[in-house]
Design a protein around this ligand. Structure first.
Ligand SMILES: [Mg+2]
Length: 182
């Protein structure tokens, strides 16, 4: 059985879109860094220092994570992978300010994938400790105290395109990378 670990924010929950909507309504006069202009993994780092507290206030707010939209193709892609026989788990690193984030990650999964699927959520700050064959993650570098067992597949995003040493997918191309005979 092939175990595929899937990161939640990025591949499934559309953090960028959720952030953009809130930012433009809350701080309409401030600069907005569009997804195509994003260059660093942590959104805060793509904003000038004087705006970083504002940025943080958006995603720390109660309800932010629970109400993120789902990515295009995320639902269908997950179903296709399940149907192809992969054993899928969600592997997600919560914010250190976990108060709303952790609970709402569960709420979000239930809303989009059903209650049963919440049993497949692994919440960890260190994904290298988790066993699996593949990890699909938009983070350019997934590091921790171990050398990971899984192979990192990048979920394509503008802020990870400088990384060229790993396979890269979007939801419509996962079959090009993952061995479907699993
Ligand atoms: Mg992510």
């Amino acid at each position: 059985m092939t175990i595929v670990l899937i990161d939640q924010d990025g591949p499934l929950a559309n953090f960028e879109l959720g952030f953009a909507a809130k930012w433009e309504s809350r701080f309409p006069k401030e600069i907005f860094v569009s997804l195509e202009e994003r260059r660093t993994f942590h959104i805060k780092d793509d904003y000038p220092p004087h705006l970083r507290e504002h940025v943080e206030s958006i995603y720390l707010e109660k309800g932010f994570y629970a109400n993120l939209p789902i990515t295009n193709g995320g639902l269908q892609g997950m179903r296709e992978m399940e149907n192809a026989g992969f054993s899928i788990y969600i592997c997600t690193a919560p914010l250190s300010q976990y108060e709303n984030c952790v609970l709402e990650k569960y709420t979000w999964m239930e809303k989009h994938f059903g209650k049963d699927f919440t049993r497949r959520i692994i919440v960890t700050k260190d994904k290298t400790l988790i066993k699996g064959d593949f990890l699909i993650d938009d983070a350019p570098n997934v590091e921790g105290i171990k050398s990971p067992e899984w192979k990192h597949i990048l979920f394509d995003s503008p802020y990870n395109r400088h990384v060229t040493d790993r396979p890269r997918i979007k939801w419509d191309t996962w079959r090009d990378i993952l061995p479907v005979s699993a």
